[in-house]
Design a binder for this molecule. Sequence first.
Ligand SMILES: Cc1cc2nc3c(=O)[nH]c(=O)nc-3n(C[C@H](O)[C@H](O)[C@H](O)COP(=O)(O)OP(=O)(O)OC[C@H]3O[C@@H](n4cnc5c(N)ncnc54)[C@H](O)[C@@H]3O)c2cc1C
Ligand SMILES: NC(=O)c1ccc[n+]([C@@H]2O[C@H](COP(=O)([O-])OP(=O)(O)OC[C@H]3O[C@@H](n4cnc5c(N)ncnc54)[C@H](O)[C@@H]3O)[C@@H](O)[C@H]2O)c1
Length: 490
Amino acid sequence: MTDQGHTPGTQRPQQLVTDVVVLGGGAVGENAAGRVVQGGLEAILVEPSLIGGECSYWACMPSKALLRPGTALHAARSVAGSREAVTGTLDARSVLERRDSFTSHWDDSGQEDWVRDTGIGLVRGRGRLTGPRQVRVEYDDGGSVTISARHAVVLATGSVPAPPPLKGLDDIEYWGTREATSAQKVPPRLIVLGGGVAGTELSQAWARLGSKVTLVARHDVLEKYPEPARELVKAGLAEDGVDIRTHTGTDYVRPGVGGGVELGLDDGSVLTADRLLVATGRTPALANLGLEDLGLDGVRPESVRPETDDSGLVDGTDWLYVVGDAAGKVLLTHQGKYEARAAGTAIAARARGELPPSEAPAPWSRAAATADHAAVPQVVFTDPELAMVGLTLEQARADGINASETSLELSVAGSALHSDNYRGWAQMVVDEDRRVLVGVTFAGPDVSELLHSATIAVTGEVPLDRLWHAVPAYPTISEIWLRLLEKYGL
Ligand SMILES: Cc1cc2nc3c(=O)[nH]c(=O)nc-3n(C[C@H](O)[C@H](O)[C@H](O)COP(=O)(O)OP(=O)(O)OC[C@H]3O[C@@H](n4cnc5c(N)ncnc54)[C@H](O)[C@@H]3O)c2cc1C
Ligand SMILES: NC(=O)c1ccc[n+]([C@@H]2O[C@H](COP(=O)([O-])OP(=O)(O)OC[C@H]3O[C@@H](n4cnc5c(N)ncnc54)[C@H](O)[C@@H]3O)[C@@H](O)[C@H]2O)c1
C-alpha cells in the first residue's frame, strides 16, 4: 500500500488499520518498519519529506562524500613515490558532483522502491498522535487520513537543529548543516560556529575545497574526546589552514558591510566571512506530535530524553516506542538503527505474547538496545580520523568503575608503511575489577576501520587475558593492540 497524496479523480481512504505505524521514514524509521514486517506484522511508514531522512541527504552521506576526496588526496601526498605523482589540487566541481550522486540528487525513488519491496505501507504526510494507538496524517494538500495501529506506534521523527541564543541570528541568513552539506558553491570565507563533530568535519571539508575557514568553539574542539586525540585532529585542521578559536564566546552576529556576515566575539573582536555555519547541536523532534495532549508521563516534549525501557517502549504505555535521534539517547545513524531493530523485535515478540509489555527485555537480548549504555562506537571522519567506542576514563570513573588507562603513540610497522610521518594515538580504558575493556580510542589516518575490533572487545567483554591471543597480522596498524596490551603489562 502506498499513499503518496491526492491523485485527481481517485478516492483516498479516510481510515487505515495496520499493526504498527512508524512516524518518520529516516534510516531509523525504515529499520523499525522493516524489522516489524520481518517479524510477521504489517507496518505503515509515514514520512512528509524524503524517505531516508537526514543521514542520506543532509548529514552522514553528503558530509562524508565531501570529506573523502580530500582524505584520498592527502593520503597520496603522504607517501614518497605517490606524492610525486600528485600535482594538482581538489577539483571542487567534481567533488560536489560526486557528493550529489551519493545523495541520489535528493531523489528518494530508490528508497521508496525498497519500502515497497519490503512490504511496508507508505503514507506521505506528517503524522500526529490523536489517541492511544491512533495517528492522523495530514497531506500537503490539506487532506488527511487516520491510521489505527493494532499493536504499536513508533516515533522515529529524528532531531532538529538547536541554534544558540545568539543576538542577531534570527535576522540573518545562515547555513545549518543541511545547507552546508548540500551547497553547490564553495564560499570564499566561512565561519563555523560549534566545535562538535559536525562543525569539525565540515570545517575541514570546506577548507579543503578552498574556503578560508574560521572554527569558533566555546570550549575546545571535540571536547568530549580524550585530549591527545583531539589535539591530533586540531593539528590536521590547522594544516589545512583552519583558524581554530577555542574557548571563544560569541556576542552577536549581523550582516556584513557589502554582504556576508560579521560575528562579534566576546573579547570585542569581529570575524567577517561570506557565510556562517551554525552547528551547535540538535534536539529530538518531538514537538507537534500530539504528545502533550496524551498526558503521558514517559514523554514530556520539553525534556530532551523520553523515559523508555531498552526496547524503546515509553514508560507507562504498552504501545508507544521512541527510537533514533527522537529518543535523544545517541544521535548516530548506526545506533538509531540498532534501537529500531530492538524495538521492531520487541513489538513483534509482544504481539506474539512472548514478551509482556510490563516486562523489560533481557539485557543483550535482540529486543534490548543494551549497547547504548556502554558500547557506542563513533567515528569523526576528519583527517586524521578519531574513532572511539565505550567510555572515556573520566566517564568510566564517574560511573563508579575502578578504571585504569593505557595509552601510547600509534607507531607500529603497519602505520609506518601506511604513510610517511604517520601520527596517531591509541588508548584503552580497563575495568580493573573485571579485567575487560570499557573504552577504546584511536586517532590517526584511517583508524576508523580499526574501530570494530574494539567494539567487539568492549561489547563482548573479552577478558584481557584472552584478548592477548587475538594476534594482529603483521604489518598492519592493528599491531597497536599488541603494543597496548604489552604496555598494560601482559
Ligand atoms: C552534518 C551531520 C553529519 C552526520 N554524520 C553522521 C555519520 O557520519 N554517522 C552517523 O552515524 N551519524 C551521523 N549523523 C547523525 C545522523 O544523521 C542521525 O543520527 C540520523 O540521521 C538519525 O536518523 P533518524 O531516522 O532518527 O532521524 P532523521 O534522519 O532525522 O529522520 C526523521 C524523519 O522523520 C520525519 N518526520 C519528522 N516529523 C514527522 C512527523 N510528524 N510525521 C512523520 N514523519 C516525520 C522527517 O521528515 C525525517 O525524514 C550526522 C548528523 C549531521 C547533522
Ligand atoms: N561522524 C559522525 O558520526 C557525526 C558527524 C556529525 C554529526 N554527528 C551527530 O550529529 C549530532 C549533531 O552534531 P553537532 O556537531 O551539531 O552536535 P554536538 O553536540 O556534537 O556539538 C555541538 C557543539 O556546539 C557547541 N555549542 C553549543 N552551543 C553553543 C553556543 N551557544 N556557542 C558556541 N558553541 C556552542 C557545543 O559545545 C558542542 O561542541 C551529534 O550528536 C553528532 O554525534 C555525527
